[in-house]
Write a protein that binds this ligand. Structure first.
Ligand SMILES: Nc1ncnc2c1ncn2[C@@H]1O[C@H](COP(=O)(O)OP(=O)(O)OP(=O)(O)O)[C@@H](O)[C@H]1O
Ligand SMILES: [Mg+2]
Length: 229
């Protein structure tokens, strides 16, 4: 099949997002169109405040658009109820944050296992999956560590394992290397590239770092709520 005959995994049409604060309307995203195909690795760049995180959160179903349509895997996610959206998100999206967002009272194992609690998998099945994911990110020997007993890079590896554990359709990452030193950042970027290359995962990554963006297969720019170039 030629690429232009495929259905996009993420299809965005006429997407706008406004925030309302009192009598003030803050326009953030203005009538965006964007298609992302399965297996793509996309870097989203743009100045601070241009709406990158807002766009990522909309694609991930963490937030809802003011206008327009977002289809992910054929599902019009804006039309889902909040509870259906939460369920959809838990099955289809893996989210990686700048500051890892791990649960401080859970071990690495417990954090990675968390998204599986919503599934019907048995304890033994969950254990097997978590062990595989921790092995993939090179943290088998840190499974029983709490987040504060891990380095920043290791915490981000746990977060990546957690993002992968449900075998999601889409992985979104918001400045995943923003809090890491250059060497550790390169390791995390290498891991994301492998998820794309070897596991065929579709990745959309927000970054300020041109080196990080280089690793992606496609670069898109957001300026004041509009996609440019
Ligand atoms: N809940 C909110 N209420 C009102 N305005 C908001 C809200 N969230 C974000 N904004 C505004 O939307 C704009 C875009 O924010 P966003 O977080 O998407 O930017 P960004 O491109 O991710 O920036 P950065 O690179 O600094 O992370 C900003 O001007 C911000 O002030
Ligand atoms: Mg942001």
């Amino acid at each position: 099949m030629r690429p232009n005959e495929r259905q996009p995994l993420v299809a965005i049409h006429g997407l706008s997002k406004y925030y309302v604060r009192g009598d003030q309307v803050i326009p953030v995203l203005l009538d965006l169109d964007l298609d992302v195909f399965e297996g793509e690795y996309v870097a989203l760049m743009g100045p601070s405040g241009s709406g990158k995180s807002t766009l990522l959160n909309l694609i991930a179903g963490i937030d809802k658009p003011s206008a327009g349509e977002i289809r992910v895997g054929g599902v019009d996610i804006a039309s889902l109820s909040d509870s259906d959206l939460a369920l959809w998100r838990s099955m289809h999206v893996g989210f990686i944050f700048q500051f890892y967002n791990l649960m401080p009272v859970l071990t690495a194992f417990g954090n990675v296992e968390l998204p599986l609690q919503l599934t019907g998998l048995s304890r033994a099945e969950r254990r097997e999956r978590v062990e595989t994911a921790l092995e993939l990110v090179g943290l088998t020997d840190r499974a029983t560590h709490l987040p504060n007993e891990l380095s920043g890079g290791q915490q981000q590896r746990v977060a990546i394992a957690r993002a992968l554990i449900t075998d999601p359709t889409l992985i979104v990452a918001d400045e995943p290397t923003g809090d890491l030193d250059r060497v550790t950042a390169q390791e995390i970027l290498g891991l994301l590239a492998r998820l794309n290359d070897e596991l065929g995962k579709t990745i959309i990554m927000v970054t300020h770092d041109p080196k990080a963006a280089e690793k992606a297969r496609r670069l898109i720019h957001l300026e004041k709520g509009v996609l440019v170039g």
